[in-house]
Design a protein around this ligand. Sequence first.
Ligand code: NIG
Ligand code: FE
Length: 415
Amino acid sequence: MAIKTFIHHIGMLATPIGHSAHRGKEQADVQILKDAWTAVSEDGTILAVGTGAYPQEYDQAQNVIDAEGALVTPGLVDAHTHLIFGGWREHELALKLRGVAYLDILAQGGGILSTVRSTRAATEQELADKAGEALAMMLEMGTTTCEAKSGYGLTTEDELKMLRAIRDLQGKQPVDLVPTFLGAHALPEEYKDNREEYIRLLCEEMIPRVAEEHLAEFCDVFCETGVFTTEESRTILMAGKKYGLIPKIHADEIDPIGGTLVAGELPAISAEHLIRTRDEGIEAMAKGGTIACCLPATSFYLDADFARARDMITAGVPVAIATDFNPGSCPNLSLQLAMNLGCYKYRMTPEEVLTAVTLNAAAAIHRADTIGSVEAGKKADLVIWKADNLDFIFYRFGNNLVHQVIKNGEIVIDR
Ligand code: NIG
Ligand code: FE
């Protein structure tokens, strides 16, 4: 088979190995190869990985990349973002500094509802252009696959517009996108006194339309005080399931009202945030095989507690880490920052965090078969770092330590 790309002189190749999420002690099982190389076939998948001597013909590859002794990891997978939105919300910073709570801003018609107004006012093209700029920055920082949620439209047409903007960006730039329908992100103002009707609209109109146009793979709900209850969340996620949308849930972000119990029971592929998750929520996720998608940069920005990621690992819940990029609770695109915080605040080891942003993140978006590790048969999505060992990229923070990003075996970022 013809070799498209051959990368050699890798000082350290650090990667989890496998096709499903790693839990418990396995979360720290990272294969470390020194003096490694990898060959990528014409179709952009990894053909072979090895150390030391390599078959001579690999030198004849179309592209030969000398990693110059650097650290190489899988491309980073951001499993939770609100990538598509109109406007920003920098005016909320002053409110936050004065101590106004996140849910109070929302209850006063600001927060998510303010982004809903700017998103409704934007065209599909404007939304795609804005998200394209964000994706370019994410790629620079090592993200090669990104989940993207709707949820700032909250009418059928505006939700479809957001999901179509995600579809527009697919293939037009290097980052692979994975779409999630989050019509249950907030109760729109026009349904303030008629929540049953909005839930009916979600279940009977929006979800069927999203499924019919194949615009999303997952259905998500913001299960939270003043937003959607556990019963409503269950109803909406069950409706999604009926139409082939895999359940995800924003649970225990501000108040532990039981979203993780719903997650374990359905089961949801992942439960997200988990800032306030208690023992019974951890047990429910362990029982349901739900992946805990923790978002430490959101805790940092909201000045909230940090999820009990260590306890989740001990209980056998696979932990993923994502950015939660959004204009309100986490205007940050850097998965590297989330990785640093995962290490410093969750007290996860560099190996555990690496698994959290690669293989486990891939599993949280149902992609563990094709991405999330550097091994034969997976897509050749890799990061070559400005570092020669894994600890270094966790020890340094506040800098972009990416040297090169390889997508499907081709250099897409070189800095
Ligand atoms: O994941 N929690 C709900 N949704 C987002 C915040 C959205 C916003 O504030 O615009 C989150 O934190
Ligand atoms: Fe979120």
